[in-house]
Design a protein around this ligand. Structure first.
Ligand code: PMP
Length: 463
């Protein structure tokens, strides 16, 4: 029996969102007619903005002006807000007082920057469980060793620790949590192993930080990379936080204004610290948004984030596990965030994802999750489906996914699916073209369903 079919008195207490996010009540058109409240189970890819973040941005915009460049009062306001955001992001990850916080576009950008700062000849160690963002910047160097991950996060850490013990590495680059299985890596242990062997540690915090508090100084982590859009601040900023020596000695990430102290025909004196790698006009809106998200998450009571997510993960894993025809990939890791990958053997994952969207208004990720080597070793070389929760996720969201899958397995999709314009979708799709959606829904208040509506799906005629 699945959660979707439990009689009402037996249902576990409904779990609501932990924090308000923008768009929680947005409805999307269904290809079967009508509209449904959009269920976003793709938080691991990009999470919606926290309402607190959107409010902060709205308050900033009337006062926004150039950063670091203007004498005008609002320029100075923006500069002060930008620098305060830097402090806040550093505090969020528990940085050391002399660490540097470089604002980047994203985790990919941050790790790419760090990969260019490894001292000449320094050897780097990674495992093949990494997202491409924490694999490809290293893998392109002949001085990188990629070890094979084990059957669980602990075994992967064992493999990394054993390799480190052989000595000779300058850096271990490791993810905090897998974007495929949600497994959390034992970072304290890995940092100890790395330091004992004379190596430093860089953590890809893209998936871990939205779910767990991390104190890099206390954990012995030398750098951590993060993305605002995964931390409920989708305004184009990320960060690299950590030790300044390698960064100060590295070539500036971008050559341009703001990164220099003095420029002559025959010589350039480059700045040190964050400025060195932040040439060009900085993204003050993104930085302020990211800082607000950090502040809001930090203000949650101890354990609240973990408890919310653990309950949703359990509901997901148990619900999926109870569906005959669904296989969950690594369902019960020792420690995991709310990211669950599964397959429906015999069905193309992309076709199922298209069905969930077209007939149920449920958004999940399908494919190999930018972790092709890991997908291969997990036995899903052609990909799977991934449901990921966030602070805006409720148990009703999980029920919507489970109910939709149950229906699919019991009676199949209502529509016919195929590859249309390079992507899976209904062969006959009456929904407005996605590119036209904003024009159609702007100011269309009825598209926002009250969150406590008895039925998420409205079977009105499709627009
Ligand atoms: N690392 C991990 C573990 C991720 O999940 C992602 C995003 N899917 C990234 C890095 C890259 O993040 P971004 O796209 O924000 O650069």
């Amino acid at each position: 029996m699945t959660l979707g079919t439990l009689p009402t008195p037996c249902r576990p207490t409904a779990l609501g969102p932990l924090l308000p996010v923008v768009g929680a009540a947005t409805r999307v058109p269904l290809a079967t007619g009508g509209r449904a409240r959009y269920v976003n189970l793709d938080n691991a890819a990009s999470a919606p903005a926290l309402e607190a973040v959107a409010d902060r941005v709205a308050r900033l915009l009337p006062h926004y002006a150039s950063v670091h460049r203007g004498a005008g009062y609002l320029s100075r306001v923006s500069t002060a807000l930008f620098e305060a955001a830097r402090e806040r992001v550093g505090a969020f990850v528990g940085a050391r007082p002399d660490d540097v916080v470089v604002f980047t576009r994203s985790t990919t950008d941050a790790l790419d920057l760090l990969s260019r700062a490894v001292p000449d000849g320094g050897r780097v160690l990674v495992a093949d469980v990494e997202h491409h963002a924490n694999l490809l910047p290293w893998q392109r160097s002949a001085r990188t060793t990629v070890v094979r991950g084990g059957p669980d996060a602990r075994a992967t850490a064992d493999a990394l620790a054993a390799e480190l013990a052989g000595g000779g590495y300058a850096l271990l680059a490791v993810t905090g949590a897998s974007n495929v299985t949600g497994e959390v890596l034992p970072l304290h242990r890995l940092a100890r192993a790395a330091h004992a062997a004379g190596a430093r540690v860089a953590v890809d915090g893209a998936q871990l930080l939205p779910h767990r508090r991390v104190e890099i100084a206390a954990a012995g982590i030398d750098w951590i990379a993060l993305s605002g859009h995964k931390l409920y601040a989708p305004f184009g900023a990320g960060a690299l936080v950590g030790r300044r020596d390698w960064l100060d000695a590295a070539e500036p990430y971008l050559a341009g204004g703001g990164a220099t102290l003095d420029v002559r025909a025959d010589a350039v004196r480059w700045a040190v610290g964050a400025d060195r790698h932040e040439a060009g006009s900085p993204n003050v809106v993104g930085a302020v948004a990211l800082a607000e998200a950090c502040a809001t998450l930090s203000a949650l009571p101890d354990g609240a984030l973990e408890a919310h997510e653990a309950a949703l993960r359990e509901q997901l894993v148990e619900g999926l596990g109870a569906l005959e025809g669904v296989v969950v990939v690594r369902p019960h890791p020792a420690d995991a965030v709310g990211v669950v990958t599964f397959t429906l053997p015999g069905h193309d994952a992309s076709a199922v994802a298209a069905y969930l969207s077209a007939e149920h208004g449920v958004g999940v990720r399908d494919g190999r999750f930018c972790a092709h080597r890991f997908a291969d070793s997990l036995g899903i070389p052609t990909g799977g489906l991934r449901a990921s929760t966030g602070v805006g996720t409720s148990s009703r969201d999980v029920e919507r996914l489970l109910g939709a899958l149950e229906q699919f397995l019991a009676s199949g999709p209502r529509l016919e699916y195929g590859v249309v314009d390079g992507a899976w979708g209904p062969l006959d799709d009456p929904r407005p073209a996605p590119a036209d959606f904003l024009e159609l829904v702007l100011d269309d208040a009825p598209l926002d369903a009250p969150l406590d509506a008895p039925d998420d799906v409205l079977h009105a005629p499709a627009r």
